[in-house]
Design a protein around this ligand. Structure first.
Ligand SMILES: [Zn+2]
Length: 288
């Protein structure tokens, strides 16, 4: 997918009213979302604000991708769109000004009603048959939603293919250091998108080479256990036992969600210490 003048000439473009000024720096993060709905055009128009004929004056995105693979760009990639809300990633506070937001049309979770049907967040009922006809679903619990197991409609292959194609082009065109879910950057603990049905690994894999070039990553948990192997069954390495938030580490290798790291001293030098940490609690040391 060609990107020219911060737009994709092959794709429909109209500018949302809900965007910020042209930014001086190129985007370094891509944030992936779902729309919480089935209707792509309705979400697109909503996110376009008054330019889309809607009342919405507070949210937008750069691209909306419908379930059939149709994509609409509603903000140029060098303008800030309003999709991340209160958010943090590594050392960056508030992701909107450094990121590109992509919305995938998908309703998110539906709650089983115990009678074989499912209820969406707006209170609408869907039969299992209707969910199957709409592309199928998976069942998964989610602590941010509640204590039950929820139905998460799948993302059709045409939609994912278009998403992969766009993200690949963005990674090639911009100094993208991280591809993240809205859920993982949301500081209010509300967001669940794009959810467990989204094939996130296929997106993050595109950054594999970029991440290998990373100079360092930063600890995002308050205290992160440093262990002798890739799992909680391994003993902590004492001292230090834990790494404090903000500690920079170099990743030497990864294994099923865990990372073998070398913590750096204050001058960016590796010491002799090595150990394994849960990869969910380190993030590229991206600075805005
Ligand atoms: Zn979102």
């Amino acid at each position: 997918m060609e990107i020219s003048n911060h737009k994709m000439p092959a794709i429909w473009y109209r500018q949302s009213s809900n965007i910020g000024a042209v930014r001086e720096k190129l985007p370094v993060v891509i944030v992936l979302h779902y729309t919480t709905g089935w209707n792509g055009k309705a979400s697109r128009d909503w996110l376009m604000g008054t330019a889309g004929g809607s009342e919405n004056r507070s949210s937008s995105a750069h691209v909306v991708i419908d379930r059939d693979g149709t994509a609409w760009q509603i903000a140029a990639f060098n303008r800030t769109a309003w999709h991340a809300g209160p958010s943090r990633y590594g050392e960056i506070e508030g992701l909107n000004h450094v990121s590109i937001g992509i919305e995938f049309v998908n309703p998110g979770w539906l709650r089983p009603n115990g009678l074989g049907d499912f209820i969406d967040p707006y209170g609408r009922r869907m039969t299992e048959k209707a969910l199957e006809a709409a592309g199928g679903y998976m069942l998964s619990p989610h602590p941010r939603v509640g204590g039950e197991t929820y139905a998460w409609p799948l993302f059709p292959e045409a939609q994912i293919d278009m998403g992969l194609s766009i993200v690949q082009s963005l990674v090639a065109a911009y100094p993208v250091r991280a591809i993240v879910s809205h859920e993982e950057i949301d500081t209010r603990g509300w967001k669940t998108d794009p959810g467990p049905a989204f094939p996130f690994d296929r997106f993050r894999a595109m950054l594999g080479e970029v991440n290998d070039r990373e100079e360092s990553q930063v600890v995002t948990a308050g205290r992160l256990n440093l262990r002798g192997g890739p799992g909680t069954a391994y003993e902590k390495i004492v001292p230090p036992g834990t790494l404090l938030k903000g500690t920079r580490v170099k990743i030497l290798k990864r294994d099923s969600g865990w990372a073998y790291v070398a913590p750096e001293d204050g001058n960016g030098r590796e010491g002799d210490l090595r150990g394994w940490v849960n990869g969910a609690y380190i993030a590229p040391a991206v600075t805005a």
